[in-house]
Ligand binder design. Structure first.
Ligand code: NDP
Length: 244
């Protein structure tokens, strides 16, 4: 059995929700976590809390839509530890609405963060992992990567893309580098706060009432990391029992 302990793990979108819960769990399990997101105050507070519990954490402001910032956080990890073990491409946004409302800026933001953000994580981390001869990407998709529902068309399209990218990456580099897709169902987080469309926001309040805690997804992520090096957990779907 491999272990989480001692691994150098970069987590994007770690200022709230699943990213935050994952940083806490992996740090508790002895990993060196390097956390990034745009809200520096939240990262600072999380790092303080992790350190108070004896965990190892570094943080840096990160906008995943900027490939240079993604490079910079990987460099921070390399400077500190000399290698990287895992990159968790978790940052995402979900401003849902019907297509006919034409929230084109929000479509573009989802494409930029949810798809380009993951690709920037791969671009920054892949050369390092190939040079090392080991590493693991964990990309966070959604149950929206498996079926489409109204208002979530563009969001689902971005998550289908994350699933396709993850599978393609596995086929291309899976000999040395582990590649895992984790797809949550409805999970407690701040994700629905990005919905600007009033009708959709009201609908989602009801839809999200059976949400499971973010720690449920973190445990799935930890499971994929702690497998032996020759075991690659390719896809995990984790949803509330109450969700169809
Ligand atoms: P949250 O909104 O709580 O977390 C999203 C995180 O992404 C925040 O830390 C946010 O931080 C960060 N983020 C957003 N934009 C950027 C950016 N441009 N650069 C860097 N970080 C960014 O939601 P979740 O924890 O739920 O979301 C995590 C992932 O899980 C997402 O990919 C989401 O699509 C996926 N998911 C969640 C589900 C759920 O029900 N919660 C279901 C299915 C999938 P900041 O604003 O500080 O940058």
């Amino acid at each position: 059995m491999s272990t989480v302990s001692g691994k150098v793990i970069i987590i994007t979108g770690a200022s709230s929700g699943i990213g935050e819960a994952t940083a806490r769990l992996l740090a508790q399990q002895g990993a060196h976590v390097i956390i990034g997101a745009r809200r520096l105050d939240r990262l600072e507070a999380l790092a303080k809390s992790i350190r108070e519990e004896g965990g190892s954490v570094e943080f840096q402001q990160l906008d995943v839509t900027d490939p240079n910032q993604m490079q910079a956080i990987i460099q921070l990890a390399l400077n500190q530890f000399g290698h990287i073990d895992v990159i968790i491409n978790n940052a995402g946004v979900m401003p849902l609405s019907l297509l006919e409302v034409l929230k084109v800026d929000e479509w573009n933001r989802m494409i930029d963060v949810n798809i380009r953000g993951v690709l920037h994580g791969i671009a920054a981390g892949l050369p390092i992992m190939q040079k090392q001869g080991f590493g693991q990407f964990i990309n966070i998709a959604s149950i929206g990567a498996y079926s489409v529902v109204p208002t979530a068309t563009v969001y689902c399209a971005t998550k289908y893309a994350v699933r396709a990218i993850t599978e393609g990456l596995r086929q291309e580099v899976g000999q040395n580098i582990r590649v895992t897709l984790v797809s949550p169902g409805v999970t407690e987080s701040e994700l629905a706060d990005s919905i600007s469309d009033d009708e959709t926001r009201e609908f989602m309040k009801e839809y999200r009432r059976n949400a499971i805690p973010a720690s449920a997804i973190s445990r799935a992520i930890a499971y994929a990391i702690e497998q032996p090096d020759d075991v690659d957990v390719n896809e995990l779907v984790v949803r509330p029992t109450a969700q169809l």
